[in-house]
Design a protein around this ligand. Structure first.
Ligand code: SF4
Ligand code: SF4
Length: 86
């Protein structure tokens, strides 16, 4: 049995719309969003990246002032390994 985390949803992240405010990081209760540490977007900001374990709760999309996120819910939870290979 894999120890990989299941994802109930995923995000489309409009990286270049992000202003780096980090509101989404605290809003994400499963703590599957983290800011890049080196990579910056076209405006020069650090931006969030998604790790496995998204619950498709929409909290990030609701709090983001810049409409960076589209949230998609999977019909069936997806194993992290499969998600990474997709
Ligand atoms: S809340 Fe939106 S603008 Fe702020 S860091 Fe997250 S994605 Fe970027
Ligand atoms: S939809 Fe919910 S769980 Fe997924 S990244 Fe956004 S806040 Fe986190």
């Amino acid at each position: 049995m894999s120890s990989g985390q299941l994802s109930r949803g995923t995000l489309v992240i409009d990286v270049d719309a992000c202003k780096g405010c980090e509101l989404c990081i605290d809003a994400c209760k499963p703590h599957v969003l983290s800011m890049t540490t080196g990579k910056r977007n076209a405006m020069g900001y650090l931006y969030p990246e998604l790790e496995p374990g998204c619950t498709a709760c929409h909290a990030c999309a609701l709090i983001c002032p810049d409409f960076v996120f589209q949230v998609w819910r999977y019909d069936e939870p997806v194993a992290a390994e499969m998600q990474e290979a997709a």
